[in-house]
Design a protein around this ligand. Structure first.
Ligand code: PNW
Length: 476
């Protein structure tokens, strides 16, 4: 038995992926509502207008969490429900606030600890239209700080706050590959066009400063009385060298993690960007002003870790192009010896490799001084799941095996390696809008029948989770 008895485990979702009701109770439009209307952006041509209808089914979702014995639930707020136009001088929508206040009250009533993400990618479109949203270095952080303050004040009962989800994805997928809203890319065959040689790093910088401002507000104005904690959630895969005997591949694997994770984590823990990124990007990577650096350095009460997979990394001698967001390297599912990293799933970027989870928890712990870590997402899709008959979908042994492998690897990182992991949220409580993949890729432990009134049916994995945790928590 290796995890402490107060270990928090549960499930995660995000507002745009589950809520639906995008026009109800005064919600404003977001960049994702807009993005879904662009031809060719969403695989199955769907959008978030109904999704899982969770906005209208809070009681049902809480009953579901209770039935699978979850102790915690991570969800995100829709900024555009609370401030429909997004800005610090724009009207506040009391209905939006009331909805989330009641949801938190009901969760607590059910004995479930809320973990709230302030922004999980659905930036209010009002800010995009007004000043370019995440691209604006002065306005965006001030508007985010204001929004955060409105929320902290309204929901004192929530003790666990995450400012941003995966700034890497907002920056790179939103402003380089164009796969996510607002879809900027330097690829001139696509729309909308942007400058991918600079925009992603500007956006990353502005998110860090906005995070720093919200954390400062929380610590100075709310934390002394609310007694909660706040951090940012970063995504990152484990990286193995393609050829473990080649020092260049070994160095490239480390660099891959720096470009994905330390891009954000180094400023948060050390107040500066990694040298490897500065060397590669030069002045395309913004410099922190002294004021910005002071805001960002030391701004995590805990490290929010989203983790799904691993890759093999090969050094590339050829100089990186301006839009090569990982620098001089290539990623591979197989190594020099033809060994594959893990079985295929429905997601092209995801192959299970539980040992990589333990390795990455150790890598982060060493670099950042063994901070408290909350795993805020971990989970898998299953190849072909959407095309299986109903009974087969419910028997998701592949997902059960994934969770058991990853959770045991995490438990070893705690009990054998001395890492400080305090919580774990599986992605996801239910099948939902999987962004550019639409509804065809399923990550849920609960099946959602989109053709039958969004009916929820727990899969095997939903009911196995508490058994898996009983294997690693003494008191379960
Ligand atoms: C995370 N990639 O996103 C998000 O936080 C969730 O909203 C999402 O549903 C979940 O993982 C599953 O995809 C990612 O392409 C999306 O490497 C894409 C990637 C990584 C994470």
């Amino acid at each position: 038995m290796s995890l402490p008895s107060d270990f928090q485990w549960g499930f995660a979702t995000a507002a745009f992926q589950v809520e639906g009701a995008t026009e109800k109770d005064g919600r404003g439009p977001t960049i994702w509502d807009k993005f879904c209307t662009i031809e060719g952006k969403i695989a199955d041509k769907t959008d978030g207008s109904v999704a899982c209808d969770s906005y209208n089914r809070t009681a049902e979702d809480i009953a579901l969490l209770k039935s699978v014995k979850a102790k915690a639930y991570r969800f995100s707020l829709s900024w555009a429900r609370i401030i429909p136009l997004g800005g610090r001088n724009d009207p506040i929508n009391q209905k939006g606030i009331d909805h989330y206040v009641k949801f938190v009250d009901d969760l607590l009533e059910a004995g479930i600890t809320p973990f709230i993400t302030l922004l999980h990618w659905d930036v209010p479109d009002g800010l995009e239209q007004r000043y370019g949203g995440l691209l604006n270095r002065t306005e965006f952080p001030l508007d985010f700080e204001h929004y955060a303050r409105v929320v902290f004040k309204a929901i004192p009962k929530c003790k666990n706050w995450i400012t941003f989800n995966e700034p890497f994805c907002s920056s790179i997928l939103g402003y380089s590959t164009g796969l996510f809203a607002p879809g900027h890319t330097s690829d001139r065959t696509k729309f909308p066009v942007g400058d991918s040689s600079r925009e992603p790093w500007a956006v990353g910088h502005n998110i860090l400063v906005a995070h720093g401002r919200a954390v400062k507000a929380y610590r100075e104005e709310f934390k002394p009385t609310h007694k909660g904690q706040i951090g940012i959630t970063l995504n990152g895969d484990w990286a193995y060298p393609w050829d473990p005997e080649d020092p260049e591949d070994v160095a490239a694997a480390d660099r891959k993690i720096e470009f994905a994770i330390s891009w954000f984590a180094d400023p948060v823990y050390f107040g500066k960007y990694p040298d490897s990124m500065r060397r590669q990007l030069g002045d395309r990577l913004p410099e922190f002003t002294p004021e910005e650096a002071a805001l960002v350095k030391g701004s995590n009460d805990f490290y929010g870790m989203n983790h799904y997979t691993a890759d093999y990394i090969k050094h590339r001698a050829q100089e990186a192009a301006p839009e090569d967001f990982l620098g001089n390297l290539t990623t591979h599912p197989t190594n020099k010896y033809g060994e594959v990293i893990g079985p295929e799933t429905q997601s092209s970027w995801l192959r299970p490799n539980p040992q990589g989870f333990r390795n990455l928890i150790n890598w982060l712990s060493k670099r950042y001084g063994y901070p408290p870590i909350y795993v805020t997402e971990n989970g898998t899709s299953i190849k072909g799941e959407n095309d299986l008959p109903f009974e087969k979908i419910l028997d998701d042994q592949f997902r059960v095996d994934y969770f058991r492998g990853y959770i045991h690897a995490m438990a070893k990182a705690v009990s054998e390696d001395g890492c400080n992991v305090k919580g774990y949220m599986a992605w996801s409580l239910m099948d939902n809008f999987e962004w550019a993949e639409g509804y065809e890729t399923r990550f849920g432990v609960t099946f959602v029948d989109y053709k039958n009134g969004q009916k929820r049916t727990p899969k095997k994995s939903a009911n196995e989770m508490h058994k898996i945790f009983a294997e690693v928590i003494a008191s379960e």
